[in-house]
Design a protein around this ligand. Sequence first.
Ligand code: PGA
Length: 235
Amino acid sequence: MPIIAANFKTNHTRASTAKYISLVNNYLKTNSTSEVYIFPTATSLDEYETVLNLSIGVQNAYPTKKGSFTGEIGTEQLDEFFIKTILIGHSERRHILGETQEAIAQKFQYFKELGYKIIYCIGEPLEVKEQGLQSTLEYLWEQLVGIDTTYDKLILAYEPVWAIGTGVTATVEDISNIHNAIKKEINKPLLYGGSVNFGNIEKICAIPNVDGALIGTASWVAEDFIKIIETTKEL
Ligand code: PGA
């Protein structure tokens, strides 16, 4: 069964998130045993009814329980909604919000110690990809510095930066090369992300060593996301 995750980024309101989660939850009640994750905005966290195979996670949080960290949320705020899943290392946080590998590793360590399920993202920018597979792999290993890749609640996501939100998906060969190399070193579920949609999900999930997908844009309409889960449930 593949792992299918929806990353809302800065999309959806509290009201539309509630509708979305309810639709996906109702679908999962009777239709699928896929492992599904939804990452709404922090303002849309709530006590949602969810079946066992649906988890709500956060796109980010600060490695603290509470304190003076203006604009951030800590685990006191997450505990209110029983959140135990977090996305760490997403390329938008690395490249737009300027998170360093050191800060990311500290965050990982903090949430690991609290037993969170962590979806940890790595991925190379276009200029690195253009230097070839060896350079790409070296870049990806750098993004794993300070990360305990043996952590039992770790899911990895390979998301090439040039494929995120661009409509350009990596080729089967690109995905295969990277996923095989990562799996040789790290025995954890490994998702692919980057312009995954209803039209390409089946092909991508059929690639050996792809355990599922982390989906942004194509996940934002509940019916589309449900169609994606439906397509992958037999895989
Ligand atoms: P995308 O985003 O599906 O819009 O390319 C994926 C991601 O950022 O996780």
